[in-house]
Ligand binder design. Structure first.
Ligand SMILES: [Zn+2]
Length: 301
């Protein structure tokens, strides 16, 4: 009997150290957030964090460009990976460039967190979409995750509304097919074309910072771009995601990671460009430009 008990203990111990077996706490039971090990526990640039405009630094970058996001993608797959619902297999390559990014990034997958991982001014949202893109310098996501500039994730937060979100409904349509634990990692192909751009609103500014993946390996390889404008979703829509089962047949009520320490990391806020002001250089911009030139000249002398 004791031997069986010890064997069971050993088995449980082994499961805990296996990187593929990680989970979220049941927040109804006030479970402590589990330790995921490695850099998840020891890193200093972990995500998510609370974002606040008053604590952010103002930034002005080149325009953030989303290429081919309006394309109708056919044959997009929906999968329950045991931790989230993920869309992949985009046959028209989508790219992200500009903004804080120095390179071109290609979209690899889109997945959802219910409730949001990032908070804005300590307020949590009911849903957050992550559009994960890989720096084209690196051959795949695993390689890219070894580099600080390896990945960029565009995060879209959704606010509670009475208005159903059409793009989210297109995903909800497939949840019954993938929600059960025995369907984990079995992708289902969408019958209708899916337009990724419909998942989020106008690009009305964003907040950007250097962080990590919010799931193991927690690689500190992510340039986060969290859109300032949020998009509507109904609580009924979000409830559909709470039926998803994980490997232990437990329903995934929530799949958001606890907030991580900011560690004095700069969060840069990029406000929407006011065309009427930017087209005709304002006196302030001119004087700032002149000042900058004088500073450079002073350095050179
Ligand atoms: Zn995510």
């Amino acid at each position: 009997m004791l031997r069986i008990f010890l064997a069971l203990l050993l088995l449980l111990g082994l499961q805990r150290t296996d990187a593929s077996h990680w989970s979220y706490p049941d927040r109804d039971l006030d479970e402590v957030f589990p330790s995921w090990g490695g850099i998840c526990d020891t890193g200093t640039l972990q995500s998510p964090i609370d974002l606040s405009i008053t604590k952010s630094l103002k930034g002005v970058f080149d325009e953030l460009k989303l290429d081919n996001f309006e394309d109708k993608q056919s044959g997009v797959t929906v999968v329950n990976n045991g931790h989230s619902i993920q869309l992949a297999n985009f046959n028209n390559e989508m790219e992200v460039e500009g903004g804080p990014l120095r390179d071109e990034y290609v979209v690899e997958q889109v997945h959802l967190h219910w409730w949001s991982e990032h908070t804005i001014n300590n307020v949590r949202y009911p849903l957050e979409a992550h559009i994960v893109s890989r720096n084209k310098r690196y051959a795949n996501v695993t390689m890219a995750s070894n580099f600080k500039d390896g990945l960029t994730v565009i995060a879209v937060l959704y606010h509670v509304s009475n208005e159903r979100n059409e793009a989210i409904d297109q995903i909800v349509d497939y949840l019954d097919d993938v929600k059960d634990f025995d369907k984990i990692n079995e992708p289902v192909r969408m019958k209708n074309p899916f337009v990724v751009r419909q998942l989020f609103p106008k690009l009305n500014g964003y907040m950007t910072y250097s962080g990590s993946l919010t799931t193991p390996s927690c690689a500190e390889a992510v340039t986060w771009i969290v859109l300032s404008e949020t998009f509507p979703v109904t609580l009924e829509q979000v409830d559909n995601f709470k039926q998803i089962q994980n490997e232990e047949k437990i329903t995934l009520k929530n799949n958001y990671r606890d907030l991580q320490k900011a560690n004095n990391r700069p969060v840069i806020v990029v406000l929407p460009l006011d065309k009427s002001v930017s087209d005709a250089a304002s006196p302030l911009q001119l004087s700032m430009g002149t000042l900058f030139f004088m500073l450079i000249a002073a350095k050179l002398l």
